[in-house]
Design a protein around this ligand. Structure first.
Ligand code: GLU
Length: 462
């Protein structure tokens, strides 16, 4: 069974790079009928916070990415890690190192002066003397100091590291007994049964150390997939300046989970030239072997394009529900269908859709000056009066076509062009020149509100 996991460090919000690897891990588990697990890597007490953990969980909930079983918190697992430290000490695969901070600094400095790689020199590797006074030891693992460490990586191929270039007997427990990052990651992945690790390639350089831990403890290695980073259009690592990196900011901006997940799945993964993927399709088609070997480029226009596509293709009932987060209660609006049909082609985001909706259902509080200048001619008040009178003489006005016929009547009776009524009416109803068809607008706001807005505009502009 394929078991994957997402293992965020709760140091802030969930960023989109993290979400992308979470999505890849989720899809791969789902595709194989396996398990997607969640582990919170919260051992760094100075940098981790409960708020950050909550923010990550909220983002997962918003996106509908469900993990299997209990969330594992590394901060609860000290006893487990301590057992493995003891095991390695008992087996002679790890040892106490009494080197003082000063000694270590001296060693580093002399290595740097000699232009050597800085590394621990193994002083206490085979030490069997009496421990020096006053130094709380750290625990170091006996790492292979020569030979090859091979990372089997489904994205990068086999990546070979030479032990002498990168390893030393690294610390697995600090002087206060707390275990170190690479040690606990390897133990947790093993104990959680994770056999396919999909994560950012900024972790590739940690992998040899984790492999040393796996091997020392006799654990089977997982398959690794190190996913290249997301870059901005200048080819640099994505940063806040390139747009939002906090997943929840995308919610604020009005993107739907479907569009954000579709956007992310295509950052670094492709299936032919297909761009639109439903969640079912993603699950069917995703394979980490198809992850690109090079960095992917973040492109806001693409996200907007996808978002427009999803808004256009979302049912009005669903859109009405999604708009509730903007305080818009359309579910029982009798002209919800006309309203959303008129607007869903025009909005890139739900937020824009909410703004466009408000521009119709809320009466204008002012009139755009340029629009007034352009639209109001000498006879405009007369035309609006005539149209207002027509409306007030008809009780049964419901459909856009009902209003359209009345506009046609005025145009014919007064012998004027359509613009003569359309332009001032548009300003009267919406306060500006843009917006959807007026017959739709009037059907949406209804007969009484239409008359009210016309009367107001007449008062203001007479
Ligand atoms: N906690 C690490 C991070 O947030 C991920 C570790 C991993 O996936 O192995 O970058």
């Amino acid at each position: 069974m394929v078991v994957t996991r997402f293992a965020p460090s709760p140091t802030g919000y969930l960023h989109i790079g993290g979400l992308r690897t979470a999505l890849f891990s989720y899809l791969w588990a789902k595709k194989n009928g396996g398990k997607f697990l969640l582990r919170i890597e919260d051992t760094d007490k100075a940098r981790n916070s409960q708020e950050a953990t909550d923010a990550i969980l909220r983002a997962f909930e918003w996106l509908g990415l469900e993990h299997e079983g209990e969330i594992i918190y590394q901060s609860n697992r000290d006893e487990i890690y301590a057992q493995y430290i003891k095991q390695l000490l008992d087996e002679g695969k790890a040892y106490r190192c009494y080197m003082s901070k000063e000694e270590l600094t001296e060693l580093r400095e002399s290595q740097m002066a000699n232009k050597e790689r800085t590394k621990y020199d193994g002083k206490y590797r085979d030490f069997d003397g009496t421990a020096p006074d006053g130094v709380e030891p750290v625990i170091r693992i006996k790492a292979p100091l020569t030979g090859e460490i091979l990372v089997r990586d489904g994205v990068k191929g086999n990546v070979s590291f030479q032990a002498e270039d990168i390893l030393d007997d690294f610390v697995i427990a600090r002087a206060d007994g707390s275990p170190t990052y690479n040690f606990v990651v390897a133990i947790d992945d093993y104990l959680m049964g994770v056999n396919e690790v999909i994560r950012g390639d900024d972790h590739l350089s940690n992998t040899p150390k984790q492999i040393v831990v796996y091997e020392a403890l006799g654990f089977d290695l997982p398959m690794f997939y190190h996913v290249p980073m997301i870059h901005n259009s200048e080819g640099k690592k994505l940063s806040k300046r390139d747009g939002a990196t906090d997943v929840m900011a995308y919610k604020e901006m009005g993107y739907t989970p479907a569009s954000l997940l579709n956007f992310l799945v295509r950052l670094g993964w492709s299936h032919g030239d297909q761009e639109i993927f439903s969640m079912d399709e993603m699950q069917d088609l995703f394979n980490p072997k198809d992850i690109n070997k090079s960095a992917s480029i973040y492109n806001t226009e693409k996200l907007d394009w996808l978002s427009s596509h999803y808004i256009k293709n979302t049912s009005n009932a669903e859109l009405a529900k999604l708009l509730e987060q903007y305080g818009l209660i359309l579910t029982s609006h009798d002209k919800k269908e006309i309203l959303l049909d008129a607007l869903k082609d025009r909005a890139k985001t739900l937020k824009e859709l909410a703004e466009l909706t408000n521009e119709i259902i809320v009466a204008p509080i002012s009139y755009d000056e340029k629009a007034v200048k352009k639209a109001f001619k000498e006879d405009s008040i007369e035309v609006l009066n005539a149209f207002g009178a027509k409306i007030s003489s008809c009780d049964e006005l419901h459909l856009p076509s009902d209003y359209h016929h009345l506009m046609e009547d005025v145009v014919n009776e007064m012998g004027i062009g359509f613009g003569k009524i359309g332009q001032p009416l548009r300003v009267a109803l919406l306060g500006k020149m843009s917006g959807p068809g007026l017959d739709n607008v009037m059907a949406i706001i209804g007969r009484d509100e239409t008359m009210l807005r016309i009367a107001n505009a007449i008062t203001v502009h007479s």
